[in-house]
Write a protein that binds this ligand. Structure first.
Ligand code: NI
Length: 183
C-alpha cells in the first residue's frame, strides 16, 4: 500500500469530469490496490472522504470514513464506505449549512449548504450494487465527494464567500456558535 499525492486546487484534474469505472475491472488487483491506497491516504491525511481525482485518477471512485477524526472532532462516526460510479438523488429540498474543508484546499474552511438527505446508488469494492440513504453529516460528505467527480469544489457551493477562512482563524473566530440551517 502507498500514501498517494493529493492534487491541490489549481490542478486541472480537480476540474474535470471523472469517467465511469468499467465494472469488469473492479476485482482486478491493480484496481483493488488503488482502492487500498485511497483508504490509506484518506486515513493518513485525516480526511472524511477522498475522491479519485484528488489522487490524480480521473475515475468515479470515492472513499468515505470518519473515526475519531482530528480534523472534524465533532463529526459522527461513518464506517468505511467505497462508492464506485455513485449516483446521488436528493430526498429533500431542505438544506443545512455546515463547515467544510477539503484535502485539495488545505487549511481552509467554508460554510456550505447541502441537502439534508440523499439516496445513493453505487457499486461497492466487490462490484456489488449498493443503495442507501444518508442524512446529516454523512449526506454532506457524500455530496462533497460526488461533486469532486463532476469537477466541483466546495468553494463553488458556498452561498457567501465571506465565510471562507483559514483554519487557524476559523478556530479562533468561527468555531462557535454552531452552524445554523440555510434559509
Ligand atoms: Ni474534497
Amino acid at each position: 500500500m502507498a500514501i498517494l499525492k493529493i492534487a491541490q486546487m489549481g490542478h486541472p484534474i480537480l476540474r474535470a469530469v471523472a469517467a465511469p469505472v468499467d465494472p469488469a475491472e473492479i476485482l482486478e488487483p491493480g484496481f483493488q490496490e488503488l482502492l487500498n491506497d485511497m483508504v490509506e491516504t484518506l486515513r493518513d491525511y485525516d480526511g472524511a472522504g477522498l475522491a479519485a481525482p484528488q489522487v490524480r485518477e480521473g475515475i468515479q471512485v470515492v472513499a468515505i470514513e470518519v473515526r475519531h477524526n482530528r480534523r472534524y472532532p465533532e463529526a459522527p462516526t461513518i464506517p468505511l464506505t467505497i462508492l464506485i460510479n455513485p449516483q446521488v438523488t436528493t430526498l429533500t429540498d431542505e438544506r443545512v449549512a455546515g463547515w467544510e474543508g477539503c484535502l485539495s484546499l488545505p487549511k481552509l474552511r467554508g460554510l456550505v449548504g447541502r441537502h439534508r438527505a440523499v439516496e445513493v446508488e453505487a457499486l461497492d469494492r466487490n462490484g456489488r450494487p449498493v443503495r442507501f440513504c444518508a442524512e446529516g453529516f454523512f449526506a454532506t460528505v457524500v455530496q462533497h465527494e460526488v461533486d469532486h467527480l463532476r469537477g466541483i469544489l466546495f468553494v463553488d457551493r458556498m452561498d457567501d464567500l465571506r465565510t471562507l477562512a483559514f483554519l487557524s482563524e476559523w478556530e479562533r473566530y468561527w468555531q462557535t456558535p454552531a452552524p445554523t440551517p440555510c434559509s
